[in-house]
Design a protein around this ligand. Structure first.
Ligand SMILES: [Zn+2]
Length: 141
């Protein structure tokens, strides 16, 4: 059953991802700091690998010119990050998933606010450019 289920806190939004996803990446950008916490943790899937089971409370906030963030309008969970011009891929908050997608590294590390230190195995990537992480595919077991 190569799937991982995910949901918001109140479970009004429930979904599952299947087959494969990108390894998780910790994002330290100042927008994620406001929206999530001192850093966020996102995986990413192709749209054919994401299936919604419930999504009646899913709302989108246009957080910048090119991107939008999806959240639950009932419980406030921040769940998704997506390009406003394409729905081919969607980033998903790894914390919303019921199983772990291992972390591979960091983006926007220069904006890091957290005083936590991280394992050396977590690489610092320079940017979050589209397609940059396509080589880091995690096969869902
Ligand atoms: Zn909710």
């Amino acid at each position: 059953m190569k799937k991982i289920k995910g949901s918001c806190l109140c479970r009004n939004i429930v979904f599952e991802i299947s087959n494969e996803c990108r390894y998780s990446v910790l994002c330290h950008c100042t927008m994620c700091q406001k929206s999530n916490a001192e850093f966020s943790n996102y995986t990413k899937v192709k749209k054919e690998n994401l299936k919604f089971i419930h999504k009646k409370n899913l709302k989108w906030f246009h957080s910048s010119k090119n991107f939008k963030r999806g959240f639950c309008s009932n419980c406030g969970s921040s769940l998704f990050f997506q390009s406003r011009s394409s729905n081919e891929e969607i980033a998903i908050s790894s914390g919303s998933l019921d199983r772990k997608v291992p972390v591979k590294g960091h983006i926007f590390y220069k904006d890091k606010k957290s005083n936590l230190s991280f394992p050396k195995m977590h690489r610092k990537f320079p940017q979050s450019a589209q397609g940059f992480f396509d080589q880091f595919i995690y096969k869902i077991k």
